[in-house]
Design a protein around this ligand. Structure first.
Ligand code: FES
Ligand SMILES: [Fe+2]
Length: 357
């Protein structure tokens, strides 16, 4: 199936989706203090997220204005970012501050030599960046999703465990597994499926920008038990089930009353995807888990297992997607979010393929 293997489609998706849409790059917590910064990439474009001296969070191109070296890699805290090649240096708002040994002043025209900056929005503690010029704001498109997730309080939750992996499959295959709970009894048979059985998965709703499904949570299971008191306090549907919101094109956020897992899927090549995200917990839980013997390690193991089960399946799916005998079959009603995701892709991609009719 060329949808998962085509180089042309991969490039079209980068151009029409990842370079035009709001892309989740991390959490506010990663740039909590003035001077904090971290680097990332959106469709091959290197970006640095900073909190500058005016306390503004910014998304800047991290490509040096001298001769294209990356001015930063990783994460840190500093007042300047200095290019390692010839040591041009920049403030965290992107303006050039120093260009050693240059006879001509680089900024003689009044300061136009600065790092390009991109639109940035913070939503429930998640940082979204858009490479397009003057994009429509994101938050109004996510009102219903916000109503589902905001009551958990995730805006202020903290990162307990981070993920940054490369999966050997197309980004859409990787995302598909996060869009439905039908596969839990299969890929995640055992303690995870005991807590979140496939039977209790239910598609809820979709808009053009996001979709939502819910999983019934078995709070009597080994993994469900610690969240039981939190669930009781929430009441309503949130006391018995857990929502997963998928924001197109590439971020998935699941919540229980005591934790949230979010994952993003960034295409690297047709058959390779960078998967980043984290496991968030309320601040009090963060402290408690760090003090409790073995709980952090146990949680790390469970999450590593969950990601390993999904990523191993990608290797198999990606190989088989190249077979002439691979064909899509009937979907279960629990997989309805896939339909909405593919409608979204069609919306973004089909009209740009041929000349206007
Ligand atoms: S490329 Fe950055 S200083 Fe030369
Ligand atoms: Fe999974």
């Amino acid at each position: 199936m060329a949808a998962y293997t085509s180089q042309d489609l991969f490039q079209l998706e980068a151009e029409e989706i990842f370079r035009k849409e709001w892309i989740c790059v991390g959490r506010d917590e990663q740039v909590r203090e003035i001077g904090d910064w971290f680097t990332t990439e959106i469709a091959g474009e290197p970006i640095v997220i900073t909190r500058d001296e005016d306390n503004e969070v910014r998304a800047l191109s991290s490509i040096c204005r001298h001769r294209y070296m990356s001015i930063a890699n990783g994460a840190g805290n500093s007042r300047r970012l200095t290019c390692p090649y010839h040591r041009w240096s920049y403030s965290l708002d992107g303006s050039l501050r120093g260009a050693p040994l240059m006879d001509e002043p680089v900024n003689s025209d009044g300061g136009s030599c600065k790092l390009p900056s991109f639109a940035l929005e913070s939503w429930l503690g998640f940082i979204f960046v858009n490479l397009a010029e003057d994009p429509a704001p994101l938050a109004p498109k996510l009102e219903g999703a916000e109503a589902t997730l905001a009551p958990y309080g995730i805006k202020d939750w903290r990162i307990l465990i981070s993920f940054d992996e490369v999966w050997a499959g197309n980004w859409k295959l990787a995302l598909e597994t996060a869009l439905e709970g039908y596969h839990l009894d299969g890929l995640h048979a055992g303690e995870i499926a005991e807590m979140l059985p496939s039977k209790g998965a239910k598609f809820i709703e979709a808009t053009k920008q996001w979709s939502c499904f819910r999983l019934d949570v078995n709070f009597e299971s080994a993994f469900g038990e610690p969240a039981k008191p939190f669930a009781k306090a929430m009441g309503g549907t949130d006391a018995t089930s857990s929502p997963t919101v998928s924001i197109h094109p590439h971020v998935n956020i699941s919540c229980t009353p005591a934790s949230s897992t979010w994952l993003t899927f960034m295409p690297l090549e047709p058959g390779r995807t960078r998967v980043q995200g984290a496991y968030l917990v309320p601040a009090a839980e963060y402290e408690r888990i760090h003090q409790a013997e073995g709980e952090l390690e146990m949680t790390q193991q469970v999450l590593a297992q969950l990601n390993r089960e999904d990523s191993s399946a990608m290797v198999d799916l990606q190989r088989n997607a190249g077979s002439r005998f691979a064909e899509p079959g009937l979907l279960n009603e629990r997989e309805e979010a896939l339909v909405h995701f593919y409608r979204y892709l069609a919306d973004r991609l089909i009209s740009v393929e041929g000349p206007a009719q």
